[in-house]
Design a protein around this ligand. Structure first.
Ligand SMILES: Nc1nc2c(c(=O)[nH]1)N[C@H]1C(S)=C(S)[C@@H](COP(=O)(O)O)O[C@H]1N2
Ligand SMILES: [Mo]
Length: 310
């Protein structure tokens, strides 16, 4: 590509975020020359996350390449096709960012994202992500158990469920002008699911800060449930007595239940859930109950009819 010209930015297009990013880049270069100077905490996509403790959840599955994990996405706030988020999510401003922890808790708190990231030791955790559309990936996420945050919030005896809400800003998210879902994107878990050690509050993947299209600056990963339970770019975590109604339940109550545990024996009304295609594979493989995490999570549902509570 010889002589390809870089588009020149109009002054009006330079956002405070661009200025901030430039200043950080400058600080980083300066810190590199002054031995021992502390580097700014990583916040932008592609920056390396600091040292992480070894995960207790090793998987032997082959990792899905970084390129696929970051260019084949579901993030309807940035369009409904899989290629769109990687192209358009650059408009999401990830600083300043706060996450409000509220509702049925003794310690409600508005967390600044940087303090939240430093709350507990980050871990690398390889998890399967399985979409309801029958494709799956294996992703090395970086985060810490959501339970760490929940403990600090001290849920009251009335807290039975947790609701997660995504940012809803049409200035940054072109997709929310469409009525494909009821915005803001909302998802929910039962409190014991949210407290399960597999449930990850996620800040990165492949050892780096999350790209915007994967849900920067903080998202959920619930590996035994269909991908849509793992809400991206979270601004609110609310503890409730009543079961929250998620955006997908609202969009199609007969198609998307509250639990949404990966279950090869419960079909989506319009297609089978018995098999899945690992991104990059040619042949489909059988889908495993609870996405392969039955040993860890099946006991959360003893006595429940999972055909009814799908
Ligand atoms: N806010 C928000 N979160 C979301 C979605 C979305 O459209 N908006 N899509 C969900 C779906 S359907 C899937 S499969 C996963 C995809 O995550 P990934 O793009 O990081 O692979 O994100 C989930 N979280
Ligand atoms: Mo999905």
């Amino acid at each position: 590509m010889p002589h390809q010209k870089m588009p020149k930015l109009l002054t009006s297009e330079i956002t405070p975020q661009d200025v901030y990013r430039q200043r950080r880049e400058f600080m980083r270069l300066a810190a590199g020359t002054a031995l021992g100077a502390a580097l700014p905490y990583p916040i932008f996509a592609g920056e390396k996350l600091p040292d992480r403790v070894k995960s207790a959840y090793e998987l032997s599955d082959k990792l899905t390449p970084y390129e696929d994990v970051t260019h084949y996405n579901n993030y309807y706030e940035f369009g409904t096709d899989k290629e769109s988020p990687a192209k358009t999510a650059g408009s999401l401003k990830i600083r300043p960012w706060t996450v409000s922890v509220e509702g049925e808790v003794r310690n409600p708190k508005i967390w600044d994202i940087d303090s939240l990231m430093k709350l507990a030791a980050l871990e690398d955790r390889v998890y399967r992500l399985r979409c309801v559309e029958a494709w799956s990936m294996v992703v090395p996420w970086v985060g810490f158990p959501l339970a760490e945050l929940i403990k600090r919030a001290e849920p009251t005896g009335n807290a039975k469920f947790v609701e997660f809400t995504t940012l809803n800003d049409s200035a940054q998210m072109p997709g929310v002008n469409s009525s494909v879902l009821d915005w803001p994107y909302r998802e929910g878990l039962r409190l014991d699911e949210a407290l399960h050690p597999l449930t990850l509050l996620t800040f990165g993947l492949y050892g780096e800060v999350l790209p915007n299209q994967n849900g920067a600056p903080v998202r959920l990963v619930v590996p035994w449930k269909y991908g849509f339970k793992s809400a991206k770019s979270i601004v609110r975590i609310k503890f409730m007595e009543q079961m929250p109604v998620s955006s997908w339940m609202k969009a199609g109550p007969s198609e998307y239940g509250f639990y949404s545990n990966v279950n090869p024996t419960v079909d989506h009304p319009r297609w089978s859930q018995a098999k899945e295609r690992r991104i990059g594979d040619f042949f489909k493989r059988p889908t495993l109950p609870f996405n392969g995490y039955a040993d860890q999570v099946a006991q959360l549902y003893t006595g429940m009819d999972l055909q009814k509570f799908f």
